[in-house]
Design a protein. Structure first.
Length: 355
């Protein structure tokens, strides 16, 4: 038990409720996959095209919809983050200040001769655990504290078993089996990580190759140096700047959209269109993953709305105020040698490093 009663606190955790309705983003209409299919069907009814061209344009429309949804989700998340810190910020700042106030008595205790080596180790663990809470929960920069005390937490070498002691062969065999299992698990994880890295690298290489090919096609058509009409040259200069910016940022979607707008796809070979469509499908997967990460983020920002979110924020503020009061009381107790010893004993009994 802690030396002082701590009201039931819950860690700031993500809620499971859905993200607020996407906010309309100017100049970028939200297009669902159903809308994309309808738009393609209407365009095909007006102007028949090849299967490859239809698939390419459908992929473009779906990707456009996903980009709009992602932009809306990012905007909603930013607004939710701002609202969150407007309401919770003062209470969180009070907890941060209270926890940082623990450093003074704890570091001061390390300078006195009143504590045993074991107690000094516990005090260091207390300091590091407190810094870890500030980093993980509040995003504070405690690098100086961690650099000063983390080396002291290195695990001591395991004690050697007495030779010939009871159970020594069995213990050695069990330890060997455990080490072998750990080695196999580590090798399996390394192989999986390597395969994932290689797949991502190959996918990135394909995207870069596709972007370079599209860029060259567009440059051959729209380069201003090839235009003699001054008015058209100005137009193509602006368009070429847009093409170059898309290529430099690796935005294959923008390049393919420009290519579709300039009617390049009407004359493109079916195999080329299929390759571009596959690249767009890979980008769709990436955007869906990003959208899912926003909707189910670990911080829970923007995942609930209305009255439910207000209730959650009120509970978080109550928990933070209770935590600040408790930590302040602990800080007062730490200034006394007997009080610090009592806290260390109770933390050890609970198997904890810090409050």
């Amino acid at each position: 038990m802690y030396p002082l009663p701590l009201p039931a606190m819950k860690k700031i955790a993500p809620s499971a409720s859905p993200l607020p309705a996407p906010v309309r983003v100017p100049r970028t209409p939200v297009i669902t996959e159903a809308c994309a299919r309808l738009a393609v069907a209407q365009s095909e009814a007006c102007a028949p095209s090849s299967i490859a061209q239809s698939a390419f344009r459908r992929a473009l429309l779906v990707l456009e919809g996903l980009r709009a949804q992602l932009a809306a989700a990012q905007e909603a998340r930013a607004a939710a983050r701002q609202r969150y810190w407007q309401q919770v910020g003062p209470a969180a700042a009070a907890v941060v200040a209270a926890r940082r106030a623990l450093y003074v008595p704890l570091e001061g205790a390390l300078l006195t001769p009143y504590f045993s080596r074991l107690e000094e180790t516990q005090i260091v663990q207390f300091i590091v655990g407190n810094a870890g809470a500030l980093i993980e929960r509040f995003g504070e920069d405690e690098a100086a504290i961690m650099a000063r005390y983390v080396p002291a937490r290195r695990a001591a070498p395991p004690a050697e078993a007495a030779p010939g002691g009871p159970g020594a062969p069995a213990d050695a065999a069990a330890a060997a089996r455990e080490r072998a299992a750990q080695a196999r698990e580590q090798a399996r994880a390394e192989r999986l990580a390597q395969a994932t890295t290689l797949a991502a690298r190959a996918d990135q290489q394909r995207l870069q190759t596709s972007a370079k090919t599209v860029y060259r096609q567009l440059a051959r058509t729209h380069h201003p140096d090839l235009e003699r009409d001054p008015a058209q040259q100005r137009i193509k200069t602006e368009l070429m700047q847009e093409i170059t910016a898309a290529y430099e940022t690796g935005d294959l979607y923008a390049l393919l959209q420009l290519m579709a707008d300039s009617a390049h796809t009407d004359a493109a070979d079916a195999d080329v269109l299929i390759a571009y469509t596959q690249a767009l499908h890979r980008q769709q997967i990436d955007l869906r993953n990003q959208l899912n990460a926003l909707q189910n983020g670990p911080d829970g920002l923007g995942t609930s709305t209305g009255k439910k979110r207000e209730l959650e924020l009120r509970q978080i503020k109550r928990d933070l105020r209770a935590e600040a009061d408790y930590v302040q009381q602990v800080a007062r107790q730490l200034h006394e040698t007997a009080g610090l010893r009592e806290i260390l004993r109770e933390l050890a009994a609970e198997g904890l490093d810090t409050v």
